[in-house]
Design a protein around this ligand. Structure first.
Ligand SMILES: NC(=O)c1ccc[n+]([C@@H]2O[C@H](COP(=O)([O-])OP(=O)(O)OC[C@H]3O[C@@H](n4cnc5c(N)ncnc54)[C@H](OP(=O)(O)O)[C@@H]3O)[C@@H](O)[C@H]2O)c1
Length: 268
């Protein structure tokens, strides 16, 4: 199917969004649904997946989902199979969004924390991408989009966030390499790099700094906001807006890039 033919197709391509029950992933699922895509969502907590599907369906969007842990290869295989079976179509858009924060003074970081941050933020991106390119059907399609939610922490170091920063730098590297690899196929691959975005994860990060610095979460928020030229956190909707744009045909020449949504926090 050509890109033009795809534009005219009665049903827009299927999008798989990981970590879509909260924050940025939820905003992305809602935005892609509003653009007419058939969306398949996942997160680990089944009750939240069901609630998210019900909420988005109640908004008139075409959304289904399943509980899945993106760290688990078998779960990833089942997830992609479920998305394909549900819509009877390949997964044409993959948004690797599921992620976790994690850090502390490096000398005190446990093996468990290190490996879990890398498994959740980096290894999952490889597992999902490989599965969508094979059993998900994306590799055989003339059009596709892979969008990895990295972070400005994937371009600059984050104080007391070595595992997180390492995982996100690696996601940016993976994105750039895969973008070159898939360029001849019509599938673009990009990373979207949020700065500070007001989500439950952002609140957990403030709690963590408040504990380490022995201060209040309000003080931490002031400190973080003072580093952002715009003076405020970005919204999940602002991040979803760039993700949505990257799925359009106008964005066909954007590939192998890492694009910030950060109020000026990141500068490259
Ligand atoms: N918020 C920020 O300031 C910010 C800045 C830069 C980058 N980011 C990145 O943006 C992405 C989303 O962050 P957010 O702030 O929206 O986080 P959030 O509000 O904590 O939401 C995270 C989502 O991912 C799911 N999830 C977590 N671990 C998972 C796993 N192993 N398997 C499947 N799903 C999993 C969560 O559901 P369950 O817990 O039920 O699984 C939830 O739906 C992350 O990759 C994060 O690193 C965020």
């Amino acid at each position: 199917m050509t890109v033009k033919a795809m534009d005219k197709a009665p049903e827009r391509p299927v999008a798989l969004v990981t970590g879509a029950t909260s924050g940025i992933g939820l905003a992305v699922a809602r935005d892609l649904g509003a653009r007419g895509h058939r969306v398949f969502v996942c997160a680990r907590t089944e009750v939240k997946v069901k609630q998210t599907v019900a909420d988005l369906q109640a908004e008139g969007l075409s959304v289904q989902g399943a509980a899945a842990d993106v760290r688990d290869r078998a779960a990833v295989q089942d997830l992609v199979a479920a998305a394909v079976a549900t819509y009877g179509a390949p997964v044409s858009i993959l948004v690797n969004n599921a992620g976790r924060s994690g850090g502390g003074a490096t000398a005190g970081i446990t093996d468990e924390l290190w490996h879990d941050v890398i498994d959740t933020n980096l290894n999952s991106v490889f597992l999902l991408t490989r599965e969508v390119l094979t059993s998900g059907g994306l590799g055989a399609e003339p059009w596709g989009r892979i969008i990895n939610i990295a972070s400005t922490a994937g371009k600059q170091g984050v104080l007391l966030g070595a595992p997180y920063s390492a995982s996100k730098h690696a996601v940016v590297g993976f994105t750039k390499a895969l973008g070159k690899e898939l360029a001849p196929t019509g599938t673009t691959v990009n990373a979207v790099c949020p700065g500070y975005v007001e989500t439950p994860m952002a609140a957990r990060v403030r709690t963590g700094y408040a504990q380490v610095w022995d201060t209040t979460e309000e003080y931490v928020q002031e400190q973080l906001e003072s580093k952002i030229p715009l003076g405020r956190y970005s919204t999940p909707q602002e991040v979803a807006g760039l993700v949505g744009y990257l799925t359009t045909d106008l964005a066909a020449s954007i590939t192998a890039q890492a694009l910030n949504v950060c109020g000026g926090l990141g500068n490259f």
